[in-house]
Design a protein around this ligand. Sequence first.
Ligand code: NCD
Length: 314
Amino acid sequence: MQLQHLLGIEFLNPQQINEILDLADHYANKNRTASHNSNALAGCTQVNMFFENSTRTQASFEIAGKRLGASVMNMPMEASSIKKGETLVDTALTLNAMHPDLLVVRHPHSGAVDLLAQKVNCAVVNAGDGRHEHPTQALLDALTIRRSKGRLHRLNIAICGDIAHSRVARSNIILLGKMENRIRLIGPVTLMPSGISEFGAEVYHDMEEGLKDVDVVMMLRLQRERMDGSFIPSEREYYHRYGLDAGKLSYAKPDAIVMHPGPMNRGIEIDGDIADDLSRSVIQEQVEMGVAVRMAIMDILMRNRMQNNKAMNK
Ligand code: NCD
């Protein structure tokens, strides 16, 4: 697979998606054994640059890199020169001069990670850029669905809540659409993105109607940090209409799974008991699959990089 960077799901075809998921599946099984460390990334320097807060994604990339034997460095962006007025491109060029092999970047501006990838010589992984894409999240969600449902096609999948501000929704809509699933987007009119008809999904504003007979229910957090002004009347009202509780979930198929990328706001978009119900909720498994998917992506990118370096040195 000739992949140099992972900037978005939009650049992957179904065959590449399947190849990534197959390798991630292998890592997921290996991670459950005592011998989960390898040296696939030995000698590689991985730098995590998170310009936005993150707990699980940053930890997941760090564990994935270390498990494969990479030297992992977390750049404390709060303390970095960006705060002193250095541009993103200057920061990138400075880092590039230190010859890292892999940059993992999260940034609040859509398109910032693409821009950075054009300026550096190493592989770049998008760990979430604004409301644009979060490709490793969509891949880990896909792996979780595939392992739970036994397939990743012809499923009815509902994505619910703040679609407008969510890069998770965007990457998932693209990935699940490429794999030929039927996607329903459920949420208030104010939280639907403009140009929604281009997504090829069905839009619902009523949870009970939208959840009818779905196989997968994916809940999203209200992305308050990306909103200017108020998009909902009140949290109570939002929970009443769009929060996932047992009553609303009963409209989905009896074996429907419940997903959430985290961080989760219990009592706003999801009822705590539903989130904790292991017969329905695969939220912890999503976190587990996150490490496996990131190991697979970094393994593929670093193998390609080594091959390209060899070809150049010949
Ligand atoms: C998501 C993100 O940062 O886009 N979280 C994550 O990666 N675990 C979703 C969110 O912040 O709501």
